[in-house]
Design a protein around this ligand. Structure first.
Ligand SMILES: [Zn+2]
Length: 485
Protein backbone atom coordinates (compact mmCIF):
# COMPACT_ATOMS: atom_id res chain seq x y z
CA UNK A 1 0.00 0.00 0.00
CA UNK A 2 1.16 3.51 -0.81
CA UNK A 3 0.69 4.54 2.86
CA UNK A 4 3.08 1.90 4.17
CA UNK A 5 5.71 2.50 1.55
CA UNK A 6 6.48 6.12 2.46
CA UNK A 7 7.55 7.89 5.61
CA UNK A 8 6.87 11.53 6.47
CA UNK A 9 9.29 14.07 7.98
CA UNK A 10 7.90 17.35 9.27
CA UNK A 11 9.54 20.31 10.96
CA UNK A 12 7.57 23.31 12.22
CA UNK A 13 8.35 27.00 12.42
CA UNK A 14 5.95 28.71 14.74
CA UNK A 15 5.47 32.41 15.35
CA UNK A 16 3.83 33.32 18.63
CA UNK A 17 2.78 36.85 19.44
CA UNK A 18 3.96 37.83 22.91
CA UNK A 19 1.30 39.29 25.20
CA UNK A 20 2.94 42.61 26.02
CA UNK A 21 1.29 45.97 26.53
CA UNK A 22 3.59 47.82 24.11
CA UNK A 23 5.50 46.92 20.95
CA UNK A 24 9.01 45.50 20.88
CA UNK A 25 11.08 48.64 20.13
CA UNK A 26 8.70 51.55 20.81
CA UNK A 27 5.87 52.49 23.16
CA UNK A 28 2.99 52.00 20.69
CA UNK A 29 0.06 49.95 22.00
CA UNK A 30 0.61 46.29 21.05
CA UNK A 31 -3.05 45.34 21.23
CA UNK A 32 -3.94 46.03 17.60
CA UNK A 33 -6.44 43.33 16.71
CA UNK A 34 -9.56 44.86 15.11
CA UNK A 35 -8.11 48.31 15.51
CA UNK A 36 -8.47 51.08 12.92
CA UNK A 37 -5.62 50.69 10.39
CA UNK A 38 -2.46 52.71 11.06
CA UNK A 39 -3.71 54.00 14.42
CA UNK A 40 -0.94 52.42 16.54
CA UNK A 41 2.23 53.52 14.79
CA UNK A 42 5.14 55.89 15.38
CA UNK A 43 8.43 56.89 13.70
CA UNK A 44 10.23 53.88 15.24
CA UNK A 45 7.91 51.08 14.13
CA UNK A 46 7.43 52.65 10.69
CA UNK A 47 11.18 53.04 10.21
CA UNK A 48 11.43 56.83 9.80
CA UNK A 49 14.96 58.25 9.32
CA UNK A 50 16.77 58.86 12.60
CA UNK A 51 14.34 56.87 14.76
CA UNK A 52 16.09 54.43 17.10
CA UNK A 53 14.78 51.16 18.58
CA UNK A 54 14.80 50.52 22.35
CA UNK A 55 14.23 46.93 23.45
CA UNK A 56 11.12 46.32 25.60
CA UNK A 57 12.11 44.40 28.77
CA UNK A 58 8.70 42.71 28.94
CA UNK A 59 9.51 41.04 25.60
CA UNK A 60 12.73 39.55 26.98
CA UNK A 61 10.94 38.33 30.12
CA UNK A 62 8.15 36.61 28.20
CA UNK A 63 10.54 35.08 25.66
CA UNK A 64 12.70 33.64 28.48
CA UNK A 65 9.59 32.33 30.28
CA UNK A 66 8.47 30.58 27.08
CA UNK A 67 11.94 29.16 26.49
CA UNK A 68 12.10 27.81 30.07
CA UNK A 69 8.65 26.24 29.77
CA UNK A 70 9.83 24.55 26.56
CA UNK A 71 12.90 23.11 28.32
CA UNK A 72 15.34 25.26 26.32
CA UNK A 73 18.84 26.30 27.29
CA UNK A 74 18.84 30.09 27.71
CA UNK A 75 21.79 31.82 26.06
CA UNK A 76 23.10 34.49 28.39
CA UNK A 77 24.45 36.29 25.33
CA UNK A 78 22.23 36.87 22.32
CA UNK A 79 22.10 39.52 19.65
CA UNK A 80 19.83 41.13 17.08
CA UNK A 81 20.35 41.02 13.32
CA UNK A 82 18.76 42.61 10.29
CA UNK A 83 17.02 40.34 7.80
CA UNK A 84 16.92 42.40 4.61
CA UNK A 85 14.09 42.13 2.14
CA UNK A 86 11.65 44.40 0.40
CA UNK A 87 7.97 44.14 0.96
CA UNK A 88 5.45 47.01 1.01
CA UNK A 89 4.33 46.13 4.54
CA UNK A 90 7.91 46.44 5.83
CA UNK A 91 8.79 50.13 5.52
CA UNK A 92 12.26 49.72 7.08
CA UNK A 93 13.30 47.29 4.35
CA UNK A 94 14.52 44.87 6.99
CA UNK A 95 13.15 42.90 9.91
CA UNK A 96 14.98 42.86 13.26
CA UNK A 97 15.41 39.26 14.35
CA UNK A 98 17.96 37.01 16.08
CA UNK A 99 19.66 34.99 13.38
CA UNK A 100 23.22 34.26 14.52
CA UNK A 101 22.71 34.20 18.30
CA UNK A 102 19.17 33.27 19.41
CA UNK A 103 18.04 33.79 23.01
CA UNK A 104 17.43 30.06 23.52
CA UNK A 105 18.22 26.66 21.99
CA UNK A 106 17.96 22.89 22.46
CA UNK A 107 14.57 22.48 24.07
CA UNK A 108 11.86 19.87 23.71
CA UNK A 109 8.21 19.20 24.28
CA UNK A 110 6.53 15.84 24.86
CA UNK A 111 3.35 14.97 23.01
CA UNK A 112 1.05 12.12 23.88
CA UNK A 113 0.76 9.44 21.18
CA UNK A 114 -1.55 6.59 22.19
CA UNK A 115 -0.34 5.36 25.56
CA UNK A 116 3.17 6.76 25.28
CA UNK A 117 4.99 10.07 25.03
CA UNK A 118 7.04 11.29 22.12
CA UNK A 119 9.72 13.90 22.50
CA UNK A 120 9.81 16.61 19.81
CA UNK A 121 13.06 18.54 19.98
CA UNK A 122 13.12 22.32 19.65
CA UNK A 123 16.16 23.58 17.77
CA UNK A 124 15.91 27.26 18.66
CA UNK A 125 13.70 30.01 19.99
CA UNK A 126 14.39 33.60 19.05
CA UNK A 127 12.88 37.06 19.40
CA UNK A 128 11.82 39.12 16.38
CA UNK A 129 9.41 41.82 15.24
CA UNK A 130 6.34 41.36 13.09
CA UNK A 131 5.71 43.16 9.77
CA UNK A 132 2.57 45.03 8.70
CA UNK A 133 -0.34 43.73 6.71
CA UNK A 134 -1.40 44.24 3.09
CA UNK A 135 -5.05 44.42 2.08
CA UNK A 136 -5.55 43.59 -1.58
CA UNK A 137 -8.99 44.64 -2.73
CA UNK A 138 -9.03 42.78 -6.00
CA UNK A 139 -12.37 41.10 -5.52
CA UNK A 140 -14.88 40.72 -8.33
CA UNK A 141 -17.56 42.87 -6.74
CA UNK A 142 -15.75 46.20 -6.41
CA UNK A 143 -13.37 45.60 -9.33
CA UNK A 144 -10.91 47.57 -7.20
CA UNK A 145 -7.37 47.59 -8.47
CA UNK A 146 -5.52 49.00 -5.47
CA UNK A 147 -3.78 47.59 -2.42
CA UNK A 148 -3.75 49.12 1.06
CA UNK A 149 -1.21 48.81 3.81
CA UNK A 150 -1.85 48.67 7.56
CA UNK A 151 1.28 49.11 9.67
CA UNK A 152 -0.33 48.45 13.07
CA UNK A 153 1.37 45.07 13.28
CA UNK A 154 4.86 46.49 12.55
CA UNK A 155 6.93 45.96 15.66
CA UNK A 156 4.55 43.56 17.39
CA UNK A 157 6.83 41.26 19.43
CA UNK A 158 7.07 37.64 18.33
CA UNK A 159 9.00 34.57 19.28
CA UNK A 160 9.84 32.12 16.56
CA UNK A 161 10.09 28.49 17.64
CA UNK A 162 11.80 26.07 15.26
CA UNK A 163 11.51 22.31 15.83
CA UNK A 164 13.87 19.60 14.67
CA UNK A 165 12.31 17.42 11.93
CA UNK A 166 11.08 14.94 14.57
CA UNK A 167 7.42 15.03 13.59
CA UNK A 168 6.37 11.97 11.59
CA UNK A 169 2.71 12.56 10.77
CA UNK A 170 0.19 15.39 10.32
CA UNK A 171 -1.55 14.24 13.53
CA UNK A 172 1.68 14.65 15.49
CA UNK A 173 2.02 18.16 14.05
CA UNK A 174 -1.45 19.07 15.31
CA UNK A 175 -0.79 17.54 18.74
CA UNK A 176 2.46 19.51 18.97
CA UNK A 177 0.70 22.77 18.11
CA UNK A 178 -2.07 22.12 20.65
CA UNK A 179 0.40 21.28 23.38
CA UNK A 180 2.47 24.35 22.58
CA UNK A 181 -0.64 26.55 22.70
CA UNK A 182 -1.65 25.12 26.10
CA UNK A 183 1.81 25.80 27.54
CA UNK A 184 2.06 29.36 26.18
CA UNK A 185 -1.38 30.08 27.63
CA UNK A 186 -0.46 28.58 31.00
CA UNK A 187 2.44 30.98 31.39
CA UNK A 188 0.39 33.90 30.02
CA UNK A 189 2.87 34.60 27.24
CA UNK A 190 0.55 34.29 24.21
CA UNK A 191 -3.22 34.01 23.70
CA UNK A 192 -2.61 31.03 21.41
CA UNK A 193 -5.39 32.21 19.13
CA UNK A 194 -4.52 30.93 15.65
CA UNK A 195 -7.63 32.40 14.03
CA UNK A 196 -6.59 35.89 15.17
CA UNK A 197 -2.99 35.41 14.04
CA UNK A 198 -1.49 35.30 17.56
CA UNK A 199 -0.06 31.86 16.79
CA UNK A 200 1.03 31.02 13.24
CA UNK A 201 2.52 27.90 11.83
CA UNK A 202 4.65 27.16 8.79
CA UNK A 203 5.62 23.56 8.13
CA UNK A 204 8.44 21.91 6.20
CA UNK A 205 7.53 18.52 4.88
CA UNK A 206 9.40 15.87 2.93
CA UNK A 207 8.52 12.29 2.06
CA UNK A 208 10.91 9.35 1.83
CA UNK A 209 10.63 5.86 0.39
CA UNK A 210 11.13 3.46 3.30
CA UNK A 211 12.79 0.81 1.10
CA UNK A 212 15.03 2.84 -1.20
CA UNK A 213 15.40 5.78 1.25
CA UNK A 214 14.93 8.10 -1.71
CA UNK A 215 13.74 11.43 -0.34
CA UNK A 216 11.68 14.22 -1.92
CA UNK A 217 12.69 17.89 -1.81
CA UNK A 218 11.44 19.82 1.17
CA UNK A 219 8.23 21.74 0.62
CA UNK A 220 7.24 24.59 2.90
CA UNK A 221 3.54 25.04 3.65
CA UNK A 222 2.54 28.51 4.82
CA UNK A 223 -0.65 30.28 5.93
CA UNK A 224 -1.95 27.54 8.17
CA UNK A 225 -4.26 29.58 10.36
CA UNK A 226 -6.23 27.11 12.43
CA UNK A 227 -5.53 23.95 14.42
CA UNK A 228 -7.85 22.00 12.17
CA UNK A 229 -5.92 23.02 9.08
CA UNK A 230 -2.51 22.05 10.50
CA UNK A 231 -3.47 18.42 10.06
CA UNK A 232 -5.56 18.92 6.89
CA UNK A 233 -2.95 20.95 5.00
CA UNK A 234 -0.17 18.49 5.85
CA UNK A 235 -2.34 15.49 4.94
CA UNK A 236 -3.04 17.09 1.61
CA UNK A 237 0.61 17.92 0.97
CA UNK A 238 1.88 14.47 2.03
CA UNK A 239 -0.57 12.84 -0.39
CA UNK A 240 0.38 15.17 -3.21
CA UNK A 241 4.11 14.44 -2.81
CA UNK A 242 3.57 10.67 -2.43
CA UNK A 243 1.56 10.57 -5.65
CA UNK A 244 4.28 12.47 -7.51
CA UNK A 245 6.96 10.11 -6.20
CA UNK A 246 4.84 7.14 -7.17
CA UNK A 247 4.70 8.48 -10.74
CA UNK A 248 8.44 9.21 -10.69
CA UNK A 249 7.87 12.97 -10.99
CA UNK A 250 10.29 15.54 -9.59
CA UNK A 251 9.09 17.36 -6.44
CA UNK A 252 10.16 21.02 -6.53
CA UNK A 253 11.61 22.69 -3.48
CA UNK A 254 9.08 25.46 -3.07
CA UNK A 255 6.79 27.39 -0.77
CA UNK A 256 3.13 26.53 -0.95
CA UNK A 257 0.18 28.17 0.77
CA UNK A 258 -2.83 26.48 2.29
CA UNK A 259 -5.86 27.70 0.38
CA UNK A 260 -8.93 27.62 2.58
CA UNK A 261 -11.53 27.75 -0.20
CA UNK A 262 -10.14 24.92 -2.33
CA UNK A 263 -8.95 22.89 0.70
CA UNK A 264 -5.63 22.38 -1.04
CA UNK A 265 -2.12 23.83 -1.15
CA UNK A 266 -1.07 26.09 -4.01
CA UNK A 267 2.38 27.08 -5.16
CA UNK A 268 3.50 30.55 -4.00
CA UNK A 269 7.17 30.77 -4.99
CA UNK A 270 10.29 28.71 -5.25
CA UNK A 271 11.98 28.65 -1.87
CA UNK A 272 14.54 31.37 -1.27
CA UNK A 273 17.84 30.56 0.40
CA UNK A 274 18.78 31.97 3.79
CA UNK A 275 21.78 33.72 2.22
CA UNK A 276 19.42 35.80 0.06
CA UNK A 277 18.52 37.85 3.12
CA UNK A 278 22.02 39.27 3.70
CA UNK A 279 21.77 39.08 7.48
CA UNK A 280 24.08 41.39 9.44
CA UNK A 281 24.21 42.53 13.08
CA UNK A 282 21.72 45.27 14.01
CA UNK A 283 23.92 48.33 14.70
CA UNK A 284 21.30 50.24 16.71
CA UNK A 285 20.85 47.65 19.48
CA UNK A 286 23.46 46.39 21.95
CA UNK A 287 23.85 42.64 22.52
CA UNK A 288 21.24 41.19 24.87
CA UNK A 289 22.83 39.87 28.04
CA UNK A 290 20.75 38.15 30.71
CA UNK A 291 22.16 37.23 34.12
CA UNK A 292 21.97 33.84 35.82
CA UNK A 293 19.94 35.50 38.60
CA UNK A 294 17.43 36.86 36.11
CA UNK A 295 16.96 33.41 34.59
CA UNK A 296 16.59 31.77 38.00
CA UNK A 297 14.11 34.37 39.14
CA UNK A 298 11.90 33.62 36.12
CA UNK A 299 12.34 29.88 36.61
CA UNK A 300 10.83 30.26 40.07
CA UNK A 301 7.92 32.24 38.69
CA UNK A 302 6.96 29.51 36.23
CA UNK A 303 3.61 28.02 37.21
CA UNK A 304 2.97 24.29 37.31
CA UNK A 305 2.74 23.20 33.65
CA UNK A 306 0.10 20.88 32.13
CA UNK A 307 2.14 17.63 32.32
CA UNK A 308 2.99 18.07 36.01
CA UNK A 309 -0.58 19.09 36.78
CA UNK A 310 -2.05 16.00 35.09
CA UNK A 311 0.28 13.79 37.16
CA UNK A 312 -0.58 15.57 40.38
CA UNK A 313 -4.34 15.51 39.76
CA UNK A 314 -4.13 11.74 39.35
CA UNK A 315 -2.11 11.13 42.50
CA UNK A 316 -3.57 13.82 44.75
CA UNK A 317 -7.24 13.53 43.78
CA UNK A 318 -7.29 9.98 42.51
CA UNK A 319 -8.69 11.04 39.13
CA UNK A 320 -8.48 9.03 35.91
CA UNK A 321 -5.83 10.20 33.48
CA UNK A 322 -8.48 11.31 31.00
CA UNK A 323 -10.29 13.45 33.58
CA UNK A 324 -7.03 14.93 34.85
CA UNK A 325 -6.06 15.81 31.27
CA UNK A 326 -9.37 17.51 30.50
CA UNK A 327 -9.27 19.53 33.73
CA UNK A 328 -5.66 20.57 33.06
CA UNK A 329 -6.31 21.70 29.48
CA UNK A 330 -6.41 25.30 30.65
CA UNK A 331 -4.96 26.85 33.78
CA UNK A 332 -8.19 28.70 34.50
CA UNK A 333 -10.22 25.50 34.44
CA UNK A 334 -7.69 23.63 36.60
CA UNK A 335 -7.65 26.49 39.13
CA UNK A 336 -11.45 26.51 39.16
CA UNK A 337 -11.55 22.78 39.87
CA UNK A 338 -9.08 23.13 42.71
CA UNK A 339 -11.06 26.05 44.18
CA UNK A 340 -14.07 23.70 44.24
CA UNK A 341 -12.08 20.90 45.91
CA UNK A 342 -10.87 23.30 48.59
CA UNK A 343 -14.51 23.99 49.49
CA UNK A 344 -15.72 20.41 49.31
CA UNK A 345 -13.49 17.38 49.41
CA UNK A 346 -15.13 15.13 46.82
CA UNK A 347 -12.85 15.56 43.77
CA UNK A 348 -14.48 12.74 41.80
CA UNK A 349 -18.00 14.21 42.10
CA UNK A 350 -16.78 17.75 41.33
CA UNK A 351 -14.74 16.57 38.36
CA UNK A 352 -17.79 14.74 36.98
CA UNK A 353 -20.00 17.82 37.20
CA UNK A 354 -17.34 20.03 35.61
CA UNK A 355 -16.43 17.64 32.79
CA UNK A 356 -19.90 16.28 31.97
CA UNK A 357 -22.10 19.30 32.53
CA UNK A 358 -20.11 22.51 32.86
CA UNK A 359 -17.76 22.01 29.91
CA UNK A 360 -20.60 21.29 27.50
CA UNK A 361 -22.25 24.56 28.60
CA UNK A 362 -18.96 26.45 28.09
CA UNK A 363 -18.52 24.95 24.63
CA UNK A 364 -22.11 25.63 23.69
CA UNK A 365 -21.80 29.30 24.60
CA UNK A 366 -18.18 29.56 23.46
CA UNK A 367 -16.93 31.12 26.70
CA UNK A 368 -14.19 30.35 29.17
CA UNK A 369 -14.87 29.64 32.80
CA UNK A 370 -13.98 33.16 33.99
CA UNK A 371 -16.42 34.66 31.50
CA UNK A 372 -19.44 33.09 33.22
CA UNK A 373 -21.60 33.65 36.31
CA UNK A 374 -20.65 30.22 37.66
CA UNK A 375 -18.59 30.34 40.86
CA UNK A 376 -16.98 27.36 42.60
CA UNK A 377 -19.57 27.72 45.39
CA UNK A 378 -22.36 26.88 42.94
CA UNK A 379 -20.67 23.69 41.72
CA UNK A 380 -20.03 22.67 45.32
CA UNK A 381 -23.70 23.22 46.25
CA UNK A 382 -24.80 21.05 43.33
CA UNK A 383 -22.30 18.33 44.30
CA UNK A 384 -23.61 18.34 47.87
CA UNK A 385 -27.23 18.17 46.69
CA UNK A 386 -26.39 15.07 44.64
CA UNK A 387 -24.33 13.46 47.39
CA UNK A 388 -27.15 13.87 49.91
CA UNK A 389 -29.62 12.41 47.35
CA UNK A 390 -31.61 15.65 47.37
CA UNK A 391 -31.50 15.89 43.58
CA UNK A 392 -30.94 13.44 40.77
CA UNK A 393 -27.96 13.63 38.41
CA UNK A 394 -30.23 14.61 35.51
CA UNK A 395 -31.72 17.47 37.51
CA UNK A 396 -28.20 18.58 38.43
CA UNK A 397 -27.61 19.40 34.81
CA UNK A 398 -30.67 21.59 34.43
CA UNK A 399 -29.93 23.36 37.71
CA UNK A 400 -26.41 24.13 36.52
CA UNK A 401 -27.78 25.46 33.25
CA UNK A 402 -30.11 27.80 35.13
CA UNK A 403 -27.28 29.03 37.36
CA UNK A 404 -25.15 29.49 34.24
CA UNK A 405 -27.79 31.68 32.62
CA UNK A 406 -29.00 33.67 35.62
CA UNK A 407 -26.31 33.35 38.30
CA UNK A 408 -29.02 32.13 40.71
CA UNK A 409 -28.13 30.02 43.73
CA UNK A 410 -28.63 26.28 42.98
CA UNK A 411 -30.46 25.75 46.28
CA UNK A 412 -32.97 28.48 45.42
CA UNK A 413 -33.53 26.90 42.02
CA UNK A 414 -34.26 23.55 43.66
CA UNK A 415 -36.83 25.19 45.96
CA UNK A 416 -38.45 27.33 43.27
CA UNK A 417 -38.81 24.53 40.79
CA UNK A 418 -39.58 21.91 43.43
CA UNK A 419 -36.82 19.74 42.09
CA UNK A 420 -36.03 18.08 45.38
CA UNK A 421 -36.02 14.33 45.12
CA UNK A 422 -38.85 12.58 46.88
CA UNK A 423 -37.74 9.89 49.27
CA UNK A 424 -40.73 10.11 51.57
CA UNK A 425 -41.63 6.40 51.77
CA UNK A 426 -45.24 6.90 52.72
CA UNK A 427 -45.85 9.08 49.70
CA UNK A 428 -43.89 6.81 47.39
CA UNK A 429 -45.68 3.75 48.71
CA UNK A 430 -49.01 5.05 47.43
CA UNK A 431 -47.66 5.62 43.96
CA UNK A 432 -45.88 2.26 43.87
CA UNK A 433 -49.06 0.44 44.82
CA UNK A 434 -50.95 2.21 42.09
CA UNK A 435 -48.26 1.36 39.51
CA UNK A 436 -48.20 -2.30 40.57
CA UNK A 437 -52.00 -2.53 40.29
CA UNK A 438 -51.95 -1.03 36.82
CA UNK A 439 -49.20 -3.39 35.62
CA UNK A 440 -50.26 -6.84 36.74
CA UNK A 441 -48.62 -8.37 33.66
CA UNK A 442 -45.22 -7.07 34.77
CA UNK A 443 -45.76 -8.44 38.27
CA UNK A 444 -46.58 -11.87 36.80
CA UNK A 445 -43.42 -11.71 34.67
CA UNK A 446 -41.38 -10.94 37.77
CA UNK A 447 -42.73 -13.99 39.56
CA UNK A 448 -41.74 -16.06 36.50
CA UNK A 449 -38.19 -14.89 37.01
CA UNK A 450 -37.99 -11.85 34.76
CA UNK A 451 -36.17 -9.63 37.25
CA UNK A 452 -35.67 -6.92 34.62
CA UNK A 453 -39.24 -5.65 35.02
CA UNK A 454 -38.18 -3.83 38.20
CA UNK A 455 -36.48 -1.26 36.00
CA UNK A 456 -39.68 -0.83 34.02
CA UNK A 457 -41.75 -0.31 37.16
CA UNK A 458 -39.21 2.19 38.54
CA UNK A 459 -39.56 4.05 35.25
CA UNK A 460 -43.35 4.19 35.68
CA UNK A 461 -42.97 5.61 39.20
CA UNK A 462 -40.48 8.18 37.91
CA UNK A 463 -43.03 9.21 35.30
CA UNK A 464 -45.77 9.57 37.90
CA UNK A 465 -43.52 11.80 40.01
CA UNK A 466 -42.12 13.72 37.05
CA UNK A 467 -38.63 12.45 37.67
CA UNK A 468 -38.50 13.61 41.26
CA UNK A 469 -38.68 10.27 43.06
CA UNK A 470 -35.36 8.98 44.34
CA UNK A 471 -34.83 6.04 41.94
CA UNK A 472 -32.64 4.13 44.41
CA UNK A 473 -35.30 4.22 47.13
CA UNK A 474 -38.08 3.37 44.65
CA UNK A 475 -36.18 0.39 43.28
CA UNK A 476 -35.61 -1.06 46.76
CA UNK A 477 -39.25 -0.53 47.73
CA UNK A 478 -40.59 -2.18 44.56
CA UNK A 479 -38.32 -5.18 44.97
CA UNK A 480 -39.31 -5.84 48.55
CA UNK A 481 -42.99 -5.40 47.66
CA UNK A 482 -42.77 -7.90 44.79
CA UNK A 483 -40.93 -10.38 46.97
CA UNK A 484 -43.32 -10.24 49.91
CA UNK A 485 -46.58 -10.79 48.04
ZN1 LIG B 1 5.71 52.51 17.32
Amino acid sequence: MIEDKYGITIGLEIHAQLLTSTKIFCSCDANVFDREPNSSICPVCTGQPGALPVLNEEVVRKAVMAALALNCKINRYSRFDRKNYFYPDLPKGYQITQYFYPIAENGYLNIKIGEGNKKIRIRRLHIEEDAGKMLHSSDNITQATHSLVDLNRCGIPLIEIVTEPDIESPIEARLFMEKLRDILRYIDVCTGDMEKGALRCDANISIYNKETLERSSRVEVKNINSFRFVEKALDFEADRIKKMMEKGERVEQETRGWDFSSRSTVSMRSKEEESDYRYFPEPDLPPLIVSEDYINELKEKLPELPDEKIQRFQSEYNLLEYDATVLSSSKKLADFFEDCVRLYNNPKRLSNIIINDLLSLLNEHNVEIDGTKIRPEAIVKIAKLIDSSKISASNAKSILEETFKTGKDPQDIVKEKRLEQIDDEEFLNKIIEKVIQQNSKAVEDYRKGKKGVVGFLVGMVMRETRGKANPKVVSQMIESKLNES
